[in-house]
Structure formats: structure tokens, C-alpha cells
Design a protein. Structure first.
Lengths: 461, 570
């Protein structure tokens, strides 16, 4: 196991690892890292989920919400899933998560988004050099959320950089069930990217074969696997291809063999879930269940759900509680509720934290096709037993169209985020075990978000 | 616990009424048709033209090398000669599918498997994908199809969201028709296409609340890119070194307003109030009641109040087409699709100049652009050996290259059974951002990009390997159910590999390997690789000399097809 070139971020119980850390001069951080297993599970809602309908104020601010969104889009107050203890309610499609709130295992973060520096509307207007580049562009805002550089090219992502700071393992403990994406790319480390369904078996390959023709064939495969001298793209592709073969052999049994967690992925009516996000989270649960086999004491997962770019038919005509967005949230809530139940069954609910991300929030005002367009600040959910009991974090915007939080020239309701994505995700990364000294590596603009009164949200405790 | 919901107190209010949400930039980017034409460098003709160079041209300008193709290329004497011949080849087309435009409820009366087959054949990408593969395997207009496929990944509409076989076919017919045409015509046809109209919500976008979806992606993805570019494709930067946006939120709004008033055509005489009878296969039509007749400003252009709807449309297309960033943006994309993932700035600059002016004062001439891309010195010659050279074969190119080596005749179904697992179902991209972005980083690549690498994961690597193994080592037609004509598909012909050319090598292992080396590796096979291949080939024995020759070739093809060297073109 090649560990000598890498720094450690997290420590496990091994005395050998401690010794290595001592050699690297990293012992200062050891005491701050909790022992035992922890995992963070990101769910990226691709397309920009309209989470202004995911969580809604239920106090005096509801009237402003209803006025800003209009009858076409506003959820009726009576339809909301109440969150005891706070003046907010969830979209009715998120009802499967109500129990987690009651157990103190669900939190929400309000009006978070990509920020290069703290901004007021006046500052936003006067200082274009303080804005993230190309706001409201899917590709750029996905890169901001995943790469965490708001004004520079992102060539690696925050999960990959966490992985850079961990010990290299035979099977990487940064695992995606949601495909290959920027968040996973490290400067020096590689993730494990697995499918959300199906087997991964290499046809015709049998390392133990005694058949002379097969032996010769496989020897030739090995010779051709060496791409030395063929240039960087070919050589790095060769590495990816070769490691994929060995990783597939390890992962296939875990993904397709017997498991105790599948039974929890059912909806309220007891029907097994079939959505892709549910299949991804089911496999995450299996990989967590198999953490011992994999030799993992920390795991970072990337999962995703697509389809949130609801420029039209976000809600049905005449019924704002149904439509495309409600269907997506139903799949999300069922999958997350099943995942949380599986973690409870494994006794790991306090050691696993799931959280949502998305490109951006959407315009508060509806367009002519019962949809919304690209905006900026957004709300997100955090699920896990470690979160602070029944707490909503951050600041709900003044939803006056064209008001002090609206930077849109036509008053469509594009809110300046008040919590930086670093303050949100940084809190989870620190809980997971990223050392303070490594935070600026993982979050390049960390200095901005950890000084001057800014800092990670108090999500846990 | 106490919650931290803090009701906002008033924040410093700004008096400014109009804001731009994206960094303001120098005039919103507008070049315009009046910009001075850039001098056109004349590509240096390549005189010497080796077989390896021809094999590389096959990687770049076709769906895979075959002996016949390489012979034709070499016989032509230059890359340009083959390219010019390709310009004249009759075009593949989807006319039979376009003719199948039906109402949304066309299949509703059916049930069970009949319903499923109907939905598959009339309301999915199935038929278009099958024809695409069938044409790509065998039709002679290889370069046109290859450029059309590249364009389909630049201007993306997808069955993932809109289900109409005829509509998807009509949309992709635009690229076949205009692969050697003018990019402005493509932009206009795509903008008015009914399938795209539904996909990006331009259809029924109304003056009362214009939908910004199409307006934004037209500028950002289909033409200008998000950052202002120099003519060589590098980012322009401001005084602080930051990139400069090509457009502002006001530009998006202005374009969205200028493009209001369109709705999908309807079948027969159905009125535009009939949302069941949408004809996706025809260009959109005006619904004047939705059109914003007030003045619109975008990208430095103003359309006067009262301008006709078509005048607003043309103003948008002109502004986007003539934007200074469009030439390098589109040129670099096409180079990445056809030749290499990391073209030099000089290469992009040369092609961009041809896009700006084909030498006869015409902007956007794709025939000139494609010819310049493929005859450029950075494209031609024997295998490139620079550290940054290389382009990962995306799944569609991988499966088709193998199929053409195996002499396939196919109705496309065998490919369809394989492509999802490899991460690329033609015309079913997960979003308008295609299967991969053009700037996807090559992990640990020191700043290099490798767009198709986004599709290289544990599962897709296995799926690619298994396709090579199954179609080659286990590639005899009788043994593969995926080659059998699909019973539910009218006119299905299945897939027939033709191994006769490979069987003809008999026991001549050297000649067999030479052929594989040329067609698959552009003659870059190393001595150890050749030795290992000889051993693997000679270990295959069979009493029937024809069977033995076939099995030997199949094993050799599989070993090379699954190698990194074949999976990355250089």
C-alpha cells in the first residue's frame, strides 16, 4: 500500500498509521479526529432544484412566499409537512422524511450558494470582481459547487481533494454511484466509480485458467496493458482501465451478493423503490455495510438525481403539490428515508451524514410555462443522527421580488446567498474528519469563510 | 433545540433598478458581421501519405478503419482527396422515420407488448439510434455522418425528455443535411426545430413571461460558449486575470423576448390549441399572440419595436453566429470531436480563421472548416507522440470501430443492446450538456482535458471490455442472440459479421498482425506487444484450418481492441 507520498487527513486506530503521521509532522491534528467509522453521502440534484418549494416558512413570512411565487407555484400552507419546533414546513412530497425530523436527524440549510466573498446587494452591484464567474450557468455553477473555486478553472473537486489527504487504499474510499464528475477528481488520488445497477464481471477472464490458449491470451492482455511512452492521455487511461478490472472484482460481490440493507428501500406502501437515486443509495448502504471487508474506516460517497431543470411543468396546472418537481422530490425522499432506515438497522445513523447539493436555486417568480428559470441561492437538507436536533440553519431571504435580496434586473427573485457553500459543506467535511490544517486544501477559499465572523455552520452537536 | 431561523432585517438597499447578474463585459461580446476578416492561412498540403496516416484519418473522419477504406484513402494520394470525395458522397438520411410523425396519443389505445412496441417505434430514440448505427457501420458517407454525430453532441436535444421518434429524426437530419453546409443555417434550423422547441422550452415561450432556457443555451452551448475567447480558443481575461462572460443576464432576457411567439406545428389541420396533435417533425410556426413586439436589446444589437417575428429571429441568429467567440468555440469543439482532446492554440486559431472566413468571405462554412481540421499539420502524419496527444474513443466510436473491423452488416440492434452500459446512448444524452463536457479534466493530467474520460468508470470499462470479448472472441454469428433479427421489429435484419477477410490470413501470423497493427494501432505496436500477440495467436489451434484462422484473428483483435492503445486515438 503506497502511503509514503501522501499526507494523512484522518486517523484510524492503527499504531502504524500514528507512527507514520508522526513522521509527517501531522500529529497535531490527531486528537481532533474522532475515532471509529464516519461517512458523508452527497446527493447532487442536477439541473438546479427549486428548493424554494422544498422548505417553506409557515409563520408570517408565508404570505410573502405565496405572493412572490403566485398561485401557479406556491404550495398551500395546509399541504406542508410541519417541522415541530421551527416555523417551516416541507414540500408534501418530502413526508417520508418527517419522522427523521422528529427524531432530530434532519436539518435544513437556508439560502446557501456559490460565493467568492460575502455580498450585499450594493456590493454585488458595485464589485463584479467579487462575483462567482458565470452565475446561472449550469456547468459553471456545478463546477463551483463541486470544485469550490468560484472564479478560477476547476480541474479537481472537493471530494477528490479530501481523498488526496487520505491514505491510499487498494479500494478507494471515495466512491461514486452517480457517475464520474468533477467533485471526485483529486490532484493525486482516484475515486471508485460504480454503477447503480447490474453486475460488473469481466467476461472471459480467468486468472486461474490452465488452458494454454487462455494463459497466452491473458499474458498478451498484460503486455498490452502497459501504455508506457504513449503520452499522458493514453497512459492515464491505461491506469484507469487496469485498476477498473481489479476494482470490479472486489465490488461486484458487494453490490450483487447477499445484503441486509435492501429491505429498507421501500416506499410507504411497502413497494420496493426503483428510481435511480434509490438504487444508488441502496448500493451506498451495501458499501457501508461492507466497510470492514473493504478496509474502510471513512467513506465519502457521491450520488445524484437528475431532471431538476424545470423550466416548464414544474407543477401541474391547478395543483402545485404535483408535477415534475413533486415527482422528483418523492423519489428523493423515499430513497433518503430508506437509506436512513438502513443506517439505523446497521447502528450507524450517527456516523453517516447525507446531504444535498444542486446547481443553483431557481427564480422565485414563475414563468409562462409553470416553470422557473436559473437563479442562485438555494436551500438544502442534511440527514443523519449526528445533526443538531430539529434545527434550521442560515437565513431565509426577504422574498420581496426586486427587494434587498433580489439581484435580478427584472425582479424575478434571484436571491444572493447568505451562507457560502463552503460554510455548509465545510461543516460536514470537518465533522467527517478533515483536519483544520487541510481545510484550505479541500476548500481553496477557506480563509474567507473561516475568518471575519464567518465559519462553518453549527450543523452538528 | 432552538432553531436558527433568523428573519432577515433590512439590508442595505440599493437604489439601482437594473442589474446584470453575470459579470458585465465589453459590450456583451458582439462581434458582428462587419468585423474585419482574418487572413486565411492556406493549409499546407500533405504530400507524403502513409498507411498509418490514412488509418489515423479513418479514426478522425470515419467510424473506424477498414482495409477497404484505408486502400481508398491511400489511393487518393492525399487526405484532401479523400475528404473531397466524401463531400460528394450521397447523404444518409432518416426520411423513413421523419415520415412517421404521429400524435402523442397514437399508442394509447394499445396495451401490453403491443403498446410497448408502439412507444418504442414511435415515441423513443430507438429507431433513430438503430438507423444511426446501421448507417455508420456501412454507408459510404462516413465523414458526413461523423461530423453530424459531432454536431449532435454540440447542439443537444435528447430522448431523455422529449419522446418523438420522428421529431428526433428530423432534428438529427439537420446535422446530416448541413454537416458540410453553413453553421448559421444549423443555428436557425435548430432554433425552429419542433423537437428542440419542446426540449428547451422555446415552444410556447410567451411575451408575458419569456422562457430563458433556450436563449441561454443557444448562446452558451450552441455558439459562443460561456467565456469570451480569443481567436485561438484561449480565454480572454480582464485586468485582474479573470475570464470575461460572453453574455449577461440582460442578454439572456433580451434573446428570450426576441424568440417569443413560436409553437410547434400541428398534424394535418389540427389547430394550435390541440396539444395532442403536435408535429415534431416540422419546423415551429408562429403563434403571434405570444410574440413580444416591443423593442429588444441583446449582445449589442437592438431590434426595434414592431419588428416582425422573423426579423427578431434573424437578429438573434446573426448576433450569436457573428459573435467573436463563436468561431473559436465551434472550431475547437469540432477538433476535439474529430482529432484530439487538447489541440494547440495555434491549431484552433488556424481553424477558427477558416470558420471566420473560408477564403471567399463566407463565415461558418463547415465544408471548409472540416477540410481544414483534417488536413492541418497537427492532424496529419504518423501517430503523434507528444505528451498531450490523444483522444479517448467514446463508446459509440469504440463499438463501431470494432464492428467495422469484424465486417458487420447490422440493423443496429446489437449496438443498442450495448450502449447504455457503456454510458452513451446516441440521442439520449442525460441533459443538454451532452454525455460529457468539452472541458472535463483528465484526472491527474496536469491541466489536460479529456471529455470522453467522463465515461470511463469501473462499470463502463468492464462493459467496453465485454463488448470486445463478446463480439470478437465469441463473435461467431450463430452464438450471439443479440445478432438475431428482433422479432418485434418490422424489417429487422439483425447483425452479420463477416470474418472471411480475416480467415484469408490462414497461418500467416505476420500478415495478420501487420493488418491489425495498421488498422487498429496506426502501426505503433511495440516489439514486446507483437511477440505476445504471436504467442497468443499460435496458442489457438483447431483441426479446421478456416476455423483456426478465424479464431486466431478473433483473439488477436480482442487483445488489441481491449488495449489502452486502441482505446485512445493518437
Amino acid at each position: 500500500m503506497a502511503i509514503s507520498k501522501r499526507d494523512f487527513m484522518r486517523l484510524t486506530a492503527g499504531a502504524g498509521a500514528l507512527a507514520v503521521l508522526g513522521q509527517l509532522g501531522r500529529t497535531a491534528g490527531v486528537a481532533q479526529v474522532a475515532p471509529g467509522y464516519r461517512a458523508m453521502v452527497g446527493v447532487f440534484l442536477f439541473g438546479g432544484s427549486d428548493n424554494w418549494n422544498m422548505i417553506v416558512p409557515t409563520d408570517g413570512r408565508y404570505a410573502g412566499y405565496a405572493a412572490g411565487r403566485g398561485a401557479t407555484l406556491a404550495l398551500p400552507q395546509a399541504s406542508l409537512v410541519g417541522l415541530p419546533g421551527v416555523p417551516y414546513g416541507l414540500h408534501p412530497a418530502l413526508a417520508p422524511l418527517g419522522a427523521a425530523w422528529s427524531e432530530g436527524a434532519l436539518s435544513a440549510v437556508l439560502n446557501t450558494g456559490s460565493l467568492y466573498a460575502p455580498l450585499t446587494k450594493a456590493l454585488y452591484q458595485s464589485r463584479t470582481d467579487l462575483r462567482p464567474t458565470n452565475l446561472m450557468s449550469h456547468a459553471d455553477e456545478q463546477s463551483h459547487w463541486q470544485g469550490m473555486r468560484m472564479r478560477d478553472v476547476n480541474r479537481d473537486g472537493f471530494m477528490g481533494r479530501i481523498n488526496d489527504r487520505e491514505a491510499a487504499l487498494p479500494t478507494p474510499d471515495l466512491i461514486s454511484l452517480g457517475g464520474s464528475t468533477l467533485a471526485l477528481i483529486g490532484k493525486s488520488s482516484s475515486p471508485l466509480i460504480l454503477p447503480s445497477n447490474g453486475t460488473i464481471v469481466r467476461n472471459g477472464y480467468n486468472a486461474a485458467s490452465n488452458d494454454a490458449a487462455v494463459v497466452a491470451r491473458q499474458a498478451a492482455l498484460t503486455t498490452f496493458a502497459d501504455a508506457g511512452g504513449t503520452g499522458t492521455p493514453t497512459q492515464l487511461s491505461a491506469t484507469t482501465i487496469n485498476t477498473s478490472y481489479s476494482q470490479a472484482a472486489t465490488a461486484n460481490g458487494i453490490l450483487t451478493g447477499a445484503s441486509t440493507v435492501d429491505q429498507y428501500f421501500k416506499n410507504g406502501a411497502g413497494v420496493a423503490l426503483t428510481s435511480d437515486v434509490s438504487r444508488q443509495l441502496l448500493r451506498v448502504a451495501r458499501l457501508i455495510e461492507a466497510r470492514g471487508t473493504l478496509g474502510h474506516t471513512r467513506q465519502v460517497f457521491f450520488t445524484s438525481q437528475g431532471g431538476y431543470d424545470n423550466h416548464s411543468n414544474e407543477v401541474d396546472a391547478g395543483n402545485t403539490t404535483t408535477g415534475t418537481h413533486a415527482s422528483l422530490l418523492t423519489d428523493l425522499a423515499d430513497a433518503l428515508a430508506g437509506f436512513y432506515a438502513a443506517m439505523k438497522a446497521l447502528g450507524l445513523q450517527d456516523q453517516v451524514t447525507a446531504f444535498t447539493m444542486s446547481d443553483f436555486g431557481r427564480t422565485f417568480k414563475v414563468n409562462s410555462q409553470r416553470g422557473t428559470d436559473h437563479a442562485w441561492g438555494n436551500n438544502h437538507l442534511v440527514l443523519g443522527g449526528a445533526v443538531k436536533n430539529r434545527t434550521v440553519h442560515g437565513t431565509y431571504p426577504d422574498t420581496t421580488l426586486g427587494g434587498p435580496d433580489d439581484v435580478d434586473g427584472a425582479a424575478l427573485g434571484r436571491w444572493i446567498p447568505t451562507t457560502a457553500s463552503e460554510e455548509y459543506l465545510g461543516a460536514i467535511a470537518q465533522w467527517y474528519g478533515v483536519l483544520p490544517a487541510d481545510m484550505p486544501y479541500v476548500f481553496p477559499n477557506w480563509t474567507t469563510w473561516s475568518t471575519g465572523g464567518r465559519g462553518p455552520l453549527p450543523l452538528f452537536g | 433545540m432552538a432553531s436558527e431561523h433568523v428573519l432577515r432585517t433590512a439590508r442595505t438597499a440599493s437604489a439601482a433598478a437594473l442589474l446584470v447578474l453575470v459579470a458585465a463585459c465589453g459590450g456583451g461580446g458582439g462581434g458582428g458581421s462587419s468585423s474585419a476578416p482574418t487572413p486565411v492561412p492556406v493549409p499546407v498540403p500533405i504530400v507524403t501519405y502513409s498507411g498509418a496516416d490514412a488509418a489515423r484519418l479513418a479514426d478522425q473522419g470515419s467510424f473506424g478503419a477498414t482495409k477497404t477504406l484505408i486502400d481508398a484513402m491511400v489511393a487518393g494520394g492525399s487526405a484532401g482527396a479523400w475528404i473531397d470525395a466524401q463531400f460528394a458522397a450521397p447523404s444518409s438520411n432518416y426520411s423513413d422515420l421523419i415520415a412517421k410523425s404521429v400524435a402523442k396519443t397514437y399508442c394509447d389505445a394499445l396495451s401490453g407488448s403491443a403498446r410497448n412496441v408502439c412507444d418504442r417505434d414511435y415515441r423513443s430514440s430507438f429507431g433513430v439510434a438503430l438507423e444511426f448505427y446501421a448507417h455508420a457501420v456501412a454507408n459510404p458517407d462516413q465523414l458526413r455522418q461523423r461530423v453530424a454525430f459531432a454536431l449532435s453532441q454540440l447542439l443537444v436535444a435528447s430522448d431523455f425528455e422529449v419522446h418523438s421518434t420522428a421529431g428526433l429524426a428530423s432534428f438529427n437530419q439537420i446535422f446530416l443535411d448541413n454537416a458540410f453546409g453553413n453553421y448559421r443555417d444549423i443555428l436557425k434550423a435548430v432554433t425552429l426545430n419542433g423537437y428542440m422547441g419542446d426540449y428547451l422550452d422555446l415552444a410556447n415561450s410567451s411575451r408575458t413571461a419569456p422562457n430563458e432556457n433556450y436563449a441561454r443555451e443557444l448562446m452558451q452551448l450552441f455558439a459562443m460558449g460561456v467565456n469570451q475567447l480569443n481567436a485561438d480558443g484561449t480565454d480572454k481575461v480582464d485586468a485582474t486575470g479573470a475570464t470575461i462572460a460572453t453574455f449577461t443576464a440582460d442578454d439572456v432576457r433580451g434573446v428570450a423576448r426576441a424568440l417569443t411567439g413560436w409553437t410547434c406545428a400541428r398534424l394535418g389541420t389540427a389547430p394550435i390549441s390541440d396539444n395532442n396533435a403536435i408535429d415534431y417533425a416540422k419546423p415551429m410556426i408562429s403563434n403571434a399572440a405570444l410574440y413580444d413586439t416591443t423593442a429588444k436589446t441583446f449582445l449589442g444589437t437592438t431590434v426595434a419595436a414592431g419588428a416582425a417575428q422573423t426579423a427578431s429571429l434573424d437578429a438573434v441568429i446573426d448576433a450569436v453566429f457573428n459573435n467573436a467567440s463563436t468561431a473559436p468555440y465551434v472550431s475547437k469543439f469540432l477538433i476535439q470531436q474529430l482529432v484530439t482532446s487538447n489541440p494547440s492554440a495555434a491549431y484552433v486559431g488556424r481553424i477558427s480563421a477558416v470558420f471566420a472566413n473560408n477564403g471567399s468571405g463566407v463565415r461558418g462554412d463547415l465544408k471548409a472548416v472540416v477540410r481544414a481540421i483534417l488536413t492541418d499539420a497537427d492532424a496529419r502524419g504518423d501517430a503523434k507522440t507528444g505528451a498531450s496527444d490523444g483522444k479517448v474513443k467514446e463508446p459509440v466510436l469504440f463499438s463501431l470501430a470494432i464492428a467495422r473491423l469484424a465486417g458487420f452488416r447490422s440493423d443496429g440492434y446489437a449496438f443498442y443492446t450495448r450502449d447504455q452500459a457503456m454510458g452513451q446512448q446516441p440521442f439520449r444524452a442525460p441533459s443538454v450538456f451532452n454525455f460529457y463536457p468539452p472541458d472535463y479534466p483528465l484526472p491527474q493530467g496536469g491541466g489536460l482535458v479529456s471529455p470522453p474520460t467522463k465515461l470511463l468508470t469501473v462499470s463502463t470499462v468492464i462493459a467496453r471490455h465485454n463488448l470486445a470479448y463478446d463480439w470478437l472472441v465469441n463473435g461467431d454469428a450463430a452464438s450471439r442472440s443479440e445478432y438475431t433479427p428482433l422479432a418485434s421489429l418490422t424489417g429487422a435484419t439483425g447483425t452479420q459479421p463477416d470474418w472471411s477477410a480475416w480467415e484469408a490470413f490462414g497461418t500467416d501470423t505476420t500478415a495478420l498482425i501487420d493488418r491489425i497493427n495498421l488498422l487498429m494501432l496506426n502501426n505503433t505496436m511495440s516489439a514486446p506487444q507483437r511477440a505476445a500477440l504471436v504467442t497468443a495467436i499460435n496458442a489457438v489451434t483447431n483441426a479446421d484450418p478456416t476455423v483456426q484462422a478465424r479464431k486466431r484473428a478473433q483473439v488477436a483483435l480482442y487483445i488489441v481492441a481491449s488495449s489502452p492503445q486502441f482505446q485512445v486515438d493518437r
